[in-house]
Write a protein that binds this ligand. Structure first.
Ligand code: SF4
Ligand code: SF4
Length: 166
């Protein structure tokens, strides 16, 4: 019996059959996504206040804190009449993050004194060009929750279809 490998074959088949009726861990990405860990750090979001005004003041602390030198920005002075767009007197006229350099450490979020940037529960999609990974302000600024609540939730990664991991 031992020399015919029958016990080993039977054991192997038993293991195979035991897996046939188990729920498969495979998921149908991208329609389904696994729930993220509570400490997951994904794509950056430039935040607005409850009135929809941009919070970033272009102070540069996030760029200084970034170990990958992935953040660049240009500041500008708020003009009279723009109080409904920018919360403070200075704002980021240009704000860019190079996602190819970023290591998603979260130090920019920690460094920001204005709660103006945080790492959401989404991630940068694949792209065919290097330029496609330079995210500008248009890509990063969260939609105004008052005028586009759906876009706001999507940017935060809160209404993505998810599935359990097993
Ligand atoms: S997550 Fe880290 S590496 Fe990425 S931009 Fe922020 S500080 Fe830089
Ligand atoms: S995101 Fe925060 S730390 Fe970075 S420039 Fe804007 S206000 Fe300053």
């Amino acid at each position: 019996m031992e020399r015919l490998y029958i016990p080993a074959i039977a054991k192997g088949m038993a293991i195979t059959f035991s897996h046939i009726f188990k729920k498969q861990p495979t998921i149908r990405y991208p329609e389904q996504k696994r729930p993220f860990s509570p400490v997951f750090r994904g794509l950056h979001v430039l935040n607005r206040d409850e009135e929809g005004r941009e919070k970033c003041t272009a102070c540069g602390l996030c760029a200084v804190a970034c170990p990958a030198e992935a953040i660049t920005m240009e500041g500008a002075e708020r003009l009279p009449g723009e109080e409904n767009k920018y919360r403070e007197e200075k704002y980021a006229a240009k704000y860019e993050i190079n996602m190819l350099r970023c290591i998603f450490c979260g130090l920019c979020e920690e460094a920001c004194p204005k709660d103006a940037i945080y790492l959401s529960e989404t991630f940068a999609p694949a792209n065919f060009t290097r330029k496609g990974f330079i995210y500008g302000k248009d890509d990063l600024l969260i939609p105004d929750v008052n005028t586009d609540p759906e876009g706001y939730e999507k940017a935060r990664g809160k209404n993505e279809p998810t599935t359990s991991s097993n």
